[in-house]
Design a protein. Structure first.
Length: 398
C-alpha cells in the first residue's frame, strides 16, 4: 500500500509553514533516515527525515517551493517496486483533503481548517487570521496560490493597497508589511506581556574581576576566547540551582520545574531576533560554551538554524551592552519564567575599602514572572549572581 509523505509538526505553535525543496528526486528510492525535503517553520529551515522507505512519487498537485503547506498535508507517496500511486481527484483541492487534520499538541488552539466558499475560493489558515487582523475580506481578493488559493501575502497586499483611513496616521508615510519572522516576534512579545505577570529588577555590579578574567583569556593564546556573555552564561547556569523557580514555567495553573538548564541566548540577526539554545550548560566547560555559542550565532545570522536549536530553552540571556545600554526591561521568552538583560561594562569609580578608585561596573536587569516566583527570592538570586561575578569568576573555568 502506498505510504503518504505528509507535513509534520515542527514546533508547538506551528500549524503551517513554507515548502522549501525536495532533497530526493522523483522516482528515486528513499531509505529510512534519508532527508526528504526542506520545510520552513516560523524561524528556521528544517530538513525533514523519512521514517519509511520506498520509491518517491511526487504527484502533479504537490506543492512547489515557496508554497504554504499545512501540518498533515500530503506531499507525495512512497511506493513499493511495481506499485502504482493512488488515483487523486484533480478537481478536489489539496485543502479539502487535509481539512480535518488537527494539531496534536493540546497547548495550542485547534488549527483552523483551510476553508472554501461555495464558489470554490480557498484560503490558508494564516491568510484568514491575517485577514481578520487587518480587516480584509479575504473571499473578495484574488489568490496567487495553486488553483487560486489565497495566501497570507495576498491578504497583506490587499491591505496595503486599500487600508482604511481611520487606521493610518495623518502624516504621509509608507505602509510596510512585516516579514514572517517580524510577525512571529511581534506575536510572541505580545503573548509574553499578556500571559505573564512580569516584574523587572535592576542592579549594578563591580565587574573588575570579570574584566580581568576576560583579559587573561585573551592573553593566554587560547584558540577560542570566551566573550563576557559566555562567562555570564556559565555563571548563570551555576547559580540557577540555588533558585529553581527561575528555571521553570507556569503551565496548567502549576509550576513546572525543568531538570535541565538550557540557556537561550538572544541573537541579533539581519532577519530579526532569534534565541538559539545552549543545552545542558551546567555540564559544559567555558571553552565548550564559547565554541557552541559562536557556532549557533553564525548559523543564526546565515539562516541555518534548525527548529530543534531554537526550542527547549529554560532561561534566556539577552545582552545590549555592545550598544552602550545600561538597564532595560527584557521581555520574557515564553514559556520560560525569567530572562536576564545584560548591559555594558562601564568605566566608573568604585569604592575599595575607604578609597574611591577607577573601576568597571556591569548593569543587570532580571525580568521574571511573578506568578511563578516572588520578588524577594528573585532579588536574592540576582544578588548571589552579582556576588559570583564580583568574586567568583573562577567558577566559570570549572
Amino acid at each position: 500500500m502506498p505510504i503518504e509523505v505528509i507535513i509534520p509538526r515542527l514546533g508547538w505553535s506551528m500549524d503551517e509553514g513554507l515548502f522549501g525543496e525536495w532533497l530526493i528526486n522523483d522516482g528515486d528510492f528513499v531509505n529510512v533516515g534519508d532527508m526528504l525535503f526542506v520545510l520552513e517553520g516560523e524561524k528556521a529551515l528544517q530538513e525533514i527525515e523519512s521514517f519509511d522507505e520506498g520509491i518517491l512519487h511526487i504527484p502533479a498537485d504537490a506543492p512547489e517551493p515557496g508554497d504554504t503547506v499545512a501540518v498533515g498535508q500530503r506531499l507525495a507517496y512512497l511506493l513499493a517496486e511495481g506499485e502504482s500511486p493512488p488515483a487523486i481527484d484533480s478537481t478536489v483541492p489539496v485543502a479539502e483533503i487535509i481539512e480535518d487534520v488537527q494539531p496534536v499538541n493540546q497547548q495550542t488552539q485547534p488549527t483552523e481548517p483551510v476553508t472554501r466558499t461555495t464558489n470554490r475560493v480557498v484560503a490558508s489558515p494564516r491568510a484568514r487570521r491575517t485577514a481578520r487582523q487587518l480587516g480584509v475580506d479575504w473571499a473578495s481578493i484574488p489568490g496567487s496560490g495553486r488553483n487560486g488559493r489565497i495566501r497570507e501575502r495576498d491578504v497583506i497586499a490587499a491591505a496595503q493597497q486599500s487600508p482604511t483611513q481611520a487606521e493610518l496616521p495623518k502624516t504621509r508615510g509608507t505602509l510596510q508589511p512585516p516579514s514572517k519572522i517580524r510577525r512571529t516576534i511581534a506575536q510572541r512579545m505580545m503573548a509574553a506581556v499578556q500571559q505573564t505577570a512580569p516584574v523587572t529588577l535592576t542592579t549594578k555590579v563591580d565587574a573588575s574581576e570579570l574584566f580581568v578574567a576576560r583579559q587573561q583569556y585573551k592573553s593566554s593564546g587560547t584558540e577560542i576566547v570566551p566573550s563576557y556573555n559566555d562567562i555570564l552564561v556559565k555563571l548563570v547556569a551555576a547559580s540557577l540551582p540555588q533558585c529553581p523557580e527561575l528555571n521553570a514555567c507556569w503551565i496548567n495553573d502549576a509550576v513546572y520545574t525543568y531538570d535541565e538548564i538550557n540557556i537561550a541566548v538572544a541573537t541579533d540577526t539581519p532577519h530579526g531576533l532569534l534565541a538559539p539554545v545552549l543545552r545542558n550548560v551546567a555540564e559544559l566547560s567555558l571553552e565548550e560554551i564559547a565554541t557552541a555559542s559562536r557556532r549557533l550565532t553564525e548559523q543564526a545570522r546565515s539562516e541555518k538554524l534548525t527548529e530543534e536549536q531554537l526550542t527547549g530553552g529554560t532561561f534566556t540571556i539577552t545582552n545590549l551592552g555592545m550598544f552602550d545600554i545600561d538597564h532595560f526591561t527584557p521581555i520574557i521568552n515564553l514559556p520560560q519564567t525569567a530572562i536576564l538583560g545584560v548591559g555594558r561594562i562601564a568605566d566608573e569609580p568604585v569604592i575599595a575599602g575607604d578609597k574611591v578608585i577607577p573601576g568597571k561596573t556591569l548593569s543587570l536587569s532580571l525580568t521574571f514572572d511573578h506568578r511563578v516566583i516572588d520578588g524577594a527570592p528573585a532579588a536574592k538570586w540576582l544578588q548571589q549572581l552579582s556576588q559570583s561575578i564580583q568574586s567568583g569568576v573562577g567558577q566559570a573555568e570549572a
